[in-house]
Ligand binder design. Structure first.
Ligand SMILES: [Mn+2]
Length: 293
């Protein structure tokens, strides 16, 4: 994304929250390259600012965050903040939805809102709609709303978007590429872009192997050393064998293991592998130039 900003003359980037998954601590092998990646924005003359997400908050009141040290690089928005140069407001996460409502009600209608918030009825995880947060109708009066938080790209209204996460985290994001958004703050135009972050894909023996390079792969087959070799040769970052079938096998052997628990183990093992890369989420670039996808 930094390269994209440089080649397209974009001077400002804003992270919409949830840089790391852990609320308490980030592993150094994860933190250091992530911090470095953001530092490079500044070194290239691009401002980079951060809106605090729920995963960035160590406690519910949001006073302490895992990204406090990012203030060395850019602004870290822990409360609603008017970004006067952009005519936009930064709105961080809060668990207190009554407070969130007062924050939003104080923002004039002609403004753009960049936020990390729950919207009732939006798709929070794969296939389940959020039952808490604010009503979508609260957002309809704004000029434009770009939100982080939920990983799936969603357009709730013509001008209200969850932009989609920049780094897919697990197999619930099967086939989905990492994303960012370019918002032209002079025309209001929004363009969605995909990036080169590792994808989670499904693969069946006999299919082309080019897509395996740099991907996390769910192999739709029974485990085999031959397929292990094929995954290694093809450059897959990690793989597993049709987890649903494995779960059924385990259940037959030991009725005490629940399907839910086993699936969580399968998914979290990939999340752990993936944590060694750059789990940056929800980036939005802000510029005065229009681009083609
Ligand atoms: Mn979040």
């Amino acid at each position: 994304m930094r390269e994209f900003c440089l080649t397209h003359g974009i001077s400002s980037a804003i992270h919409l929250g949830d840089i790391f998954h852990s609320r308490i601590a980030a592993r150094y092998e994860c933190f250091n390259p992530t911090f470095r990646a953001f530092q490079k924005f500044r070194e290239c003359g691009i401002t980079i600012d951060f809106i605090v997400g729920n995963h960035d908050q160590v406690r519910k009141n949001g006073a302490l965050t895992t990204i406090d040290i990012f203030t060395e690089i850019g602004s870290v928005y822990k409360g609603p903040t008017h970004l006067t140069a952009l005519g936009a407001w930064a709105v961080p996460y809060t668990h207190d939805f009554a407070l969130l409502r007062t924050w939003l009600d104080a923002i004039p209608s002609e403004h753009t809102v960049l936020a990390h918030i729950d919207v009732i009825g939006a798709e929070a995880g794969a296939g389940w709609a959020c039952e808490w947060g604010i009503e979508l109708s609260v957002l309809s009066r704004f000029k434009l709303v770009l939100m982080g938080h939920y990983h799936k790209r969603q357009q709730l209204l013509p001008h209200v978007h969850y932009i989609g996460c920049a780094t897919p985290q697990d197999f619930t994001e099967l086939g989905s590429p990492g994303r960012f958004v370019v918002w032209d703050d002079s025309t209001g135009e929004v363009n969605h872009h995909t990036n080169s972050a590792a994808r989670f894909i499904s693969w069946t023996p006999g299919q082309e192997t080019e897509t395996l390079q740099g991907a996390y792969v769910r192999v739709e087959a029974s485990p085999s050393p031959l397929l292990d070799d094929e995954m290694s040769r093809s450059g897959a970052l990690g793989w597993n064998y049709n987890p649903a079938k494995i779960v059924r096998t385990v259940l037959q052997r030991d009725a005490g293991i629940s399907l839910e628990t086993d699936m969580k183990q399968v998914i979290s093992s990939y999340a752990a592998v993936h944590a060694g890369t750059l789990p940056v989420d929800n980036l939005v670039a802000v510029g005065r130039t229009l681009f083609e996808s």
